[in-house]
Design a protein around this ligand. Structure first.
Ligand code: FPP
Length: 263
């Protein structure tokens, strides 16, 4: 149960049993397979990333129509710097272009854009474009679209601990008093429900340092479909799979059938 004093605080899946809905409230996506999509067509990998943006546009719209509250996508991991310089700089340019080009449509669709990750590594131009797009959509009341760039789940956890200890140095004297409730507000996207559904396209079955804390009780869905081919129908299949899942949050099946939590 949520504390009455904090009615809007999202449930922690480890401290309480969150309400479950038929449509996932929060969907997290690893958009994998752009490079292979392009290579299969004898195109440069960059063409795959361009098609990846188009696929994302469609999925944002579909999620909004389905009543999803939050969509978080992994656009560039803290490990993606290991890619060839040419591809890294192409991705940065694409991100900049997408921010400038898509903001009008995001505003019209009432999508609130957020960008999470260590932005200190980016150029001033890119950081300014991020600030502009985020502030222009900040009052939108529809889907919350979070784009994770130069993001890593371990980075998120480490930054949260560092910030907590900076704000509350007295906790070092009593480490046992460092609780989930104290740490959670410092994590990225802590004002959103934890993801109900994680989707990874492109055939790999791993989490790749994405939302390590937040995925604690998320349902995982893997598909061989490459990200540029992931469309509304593919999303519907993922949602169908999600609806078949028994979300026990540590309880037994028998407990679920005697006291349903689905709403
Ligand atoms: C993974 O495919 C994809 C990425 C590392 C980049 C994802 C970026 C986009 C979908 C477009 C940019 C997004 C925004 C928000 C502007 P991969 O390159 O690893 O593909 P592969 O596994 O087939 O090589």
């Amino acid at each position: 149960m949520q504390s009455p004093s904090q009615p809007s605080k999202p449930a922690s899946s480890t401290l309480e049993v969150p309400a479950v809905s038929l449509v996932p409230r929060h969907v997290a996506v690893i958009m994998d397979g752009n490079g292979r999509w392009a290579t299969a067509r004898h195109l440069p990998r960059m063409a795959g990333h361009e098609r990846g943006v188009a696929a994302l546009r469609k999925i944002v719209q579909a999620c909004g129509e389905q009543g999803v509250e939050a969509l978080t996508v992994f656009a560039f991991s803290s490990e993606n710097w290991r890619r060839p310089e040419e591809e890294v700089s192409f991705l940065m340019g694409l991100f900049l272009m997408a921010l400038e080009r898509e903001v009008k449509a995001l505003k019209e669709a009432q999508v609130q854009l957020r960008v999470v990750g260590d932005l200190s590594a980016f150029s001033q131009k890119l950081r300014k474009a991020i600030d502009r797009a985020v502030s222009q959509t900040a009052d939108n009341k529809g889907l919350v679209l979070s784009v994770a760039v130069n993001y890593g789940g371990r980075w998120d956890l480490l930054s949260a601990v560092q910030q907590l200890m900076t704000d509350h140095p007295e906790l070092a004297q009593s480490p046992a008093s460092i609780t989930e409730d104290k740490l959670r507000p410092y994590l990225c996207l802590s004002d959103l429900p934890e993801p109900d559904l994680f989707i990874r396209t492109g055939g790999e079955q791993r989490v790749s340092n994405f939302m390590l804390w937040q995925l604690a009780y998320t349902e995982l869905y893997f598909t061989d479909t490459l990200w540029p081919d992931f469309d509304e129908q593919a999303l519907a299949l993922a949602f169908d799979s999600y609806r078949t899942r028994e979300r026990r949050f540590g309880r037994t099946s028998a407990q679920l059938t005697s006291k349903p939590v689905a709403c």
